[in-house]
Write a protein that binds this ligand. Sequence first.
Ligand code: 13P
Length: 287
Amino acid sequence: MLVSAKEMLTKAKAGKYAVGQFNINNLEWTKAILLTAQECNSPVILGVSEGAGKYMCGFNTVAGMVNGMLKTLNITVPVALHLDHGSYDAALQAMEDGFSSVMFDGSHYGIEENIEKTKEIIRIANEKGISVEAEVGAIGGEEDGVIGGGEVADPDECKMIADLGVTMLAAGIGNIHGVYPENWQGLNFEVLAKIQEKTGTMPLVLHGGTGIPAEMVKKAITLGVSKVNVNTECQLAFAAATRQYIEAGKDQQGKGFDPRKLLAPGTEAIKATVKEKMELFGSVDKA
Ligand code: 13P
């Protein structure tokens, strides 16, 4: 059964480790992540962006697939199904369709509107026992069209949003989605420390987990990060393994074109990536 992310993240914050959110795109992704979580005896959060939700034929289809797998694969570790960067309407829809956790990304609204909308999402989520992630932070440091710094949140605004009763808070500390540019300045630990000081026991979320050096991730966890989001890294691993299979001509040998064979190396590559991250985040054996 799906669970909200609340308990797993409260434990992670207290135990100074982080739970990984791995974004899913299809059946292979979902199966790979769930099997790895079970093998590692680790809690896990399956992230679904609005775009991925549409691609997979709607949140109801995703919830059906995930619930089916939990049962058929005998998954006993805690699993949350989480809407990633949801708009207000998408958050309502995901809650309706059986997600156990939602992110309402109101970071592009002014702080007042962000607060109003977040409050309403929390009210509905509380009725259903669903966890809520909110985001604070504006895009910073742009030069020649290249974003060098990423988002840096205002610790006071973080406190305001945290006090609304969200389950976990995403705060920009120089992190960005996708592969980091060469001139990336790294995470802003000074701001992270201030956010943690202001928000106390609130589990903090680090987005853009792909490509952040292991030492920085570990340090962020010591400063209150309890959830790390990873998406692009699984995509790169899947693409590289699939490319290797095809370039080696394996799809043209025997029944190598069978999708169950063609997609197997990529699926294994996702498993290896997820395992490596769970070890880095310290969530192994924390189910
Ligand atoms: P990456 O794609 O950079 O790993 O970011 C994932 C993420 O933060 C999803 O919200």
